[in-house]
Design a protein around this ligand. Sequence first.
Ligand SMILES: *[C@@H]1O[C@H](CO)[C@@H](O)[C@H](O)[C@H]1NC(C)=O
Ligand SMILES: [Zn+2]
Length: 305
Amino acid sequence: MKVVALVVSLSSLPAAYAWGAIGHEAVGYVAMQFLAPNALSFVKSSLGATYDESLGVAATWADEVKSQAAYRWSSSLHFIDAEDSPPISCSVVESRDCQNNNCILGAIANYTVRVVDTSLSAAQRQEALKFLDHFLGDVGQPLHVEAAAVGGNDIDVKCSGSSTNLHSVWDSGMINKLLISNYGNSVTTWANTLVTRIQSGTYKASAASWISCSSTTTTETRSIEEDISGLLKPRAITPLACPHVWAAESNALDCSYVWDYTQFSDLCSSDYFTGAVPIIETQIAKQGYRLAAWLNVLFDGTATA
Ligand SMILES: *[C@@H]1O[C@H](CO)[C@@H](O)[C@H](O)[C@H]1NC(C)=O
Ligand SMILES: [Zn+2]
């Protein structure tokens, strides 16, 4: 994952952005539909007209600034280099993969504390909100939770005829194709479809489990409320359970699906794409729902509105 900045500099399109701009925007737009009253009012007043008062619009800010001198330090916060070996074995071990909290898990803890810290300026709290908005998206992208082949950047493949790499195909290549073919190239249409699936469709039965922070790949079970109250009471960055569970879930997809690619083949015009679509859509819906729950606990004390 470490050379992603280089990839960005070589590309004129937002194609090398984490989850691509579209994936991030969709996470933010989904979250907007599930915010509780106090969380919604903080989000609107903090983001203001600059971001159309929307987590959908603000979600890409962190990718836009990470290559600028003033924010270069933040580029290592968009991922965690899980030192595992897909597709044989997948795992996320915070002590091994996130030293000095210098990864997405440390960043989520940091900005969770900062977004509710009333001793900080409005600009600092807005920055914290924009980072959370973005990092809760990135942690759902399987290749942002993987060190192998530099998070897939070193695996050459094609997407709809263009030469690219596995990381970029998951960030944006397959999402761009999906948006055009199924959603009239509209990110809000896509997000609204995912919201409806959560409220009354195919995701409804799973939504509660998405925010319960239990996982088959770890032994942790903690509620978002417990995670956040534990973090805020001593005001110290402690390992959080929920973001780790979310990371472990994304990382497990590297073993169960992502690594099932054929090098040099066109992943966006094959069975690989068809199989990836439900994974991508579920990950985006989950992370949007989780972002709302996370902010709801912080501002309203309860995960669901
Ligand atoms: C916490 O956030 C501040 C402000 O953006 C930043 O300077 C610091 O590096 C962050 N620390 C971690 C561990 O992410
Ligand atoms: Zn990112």
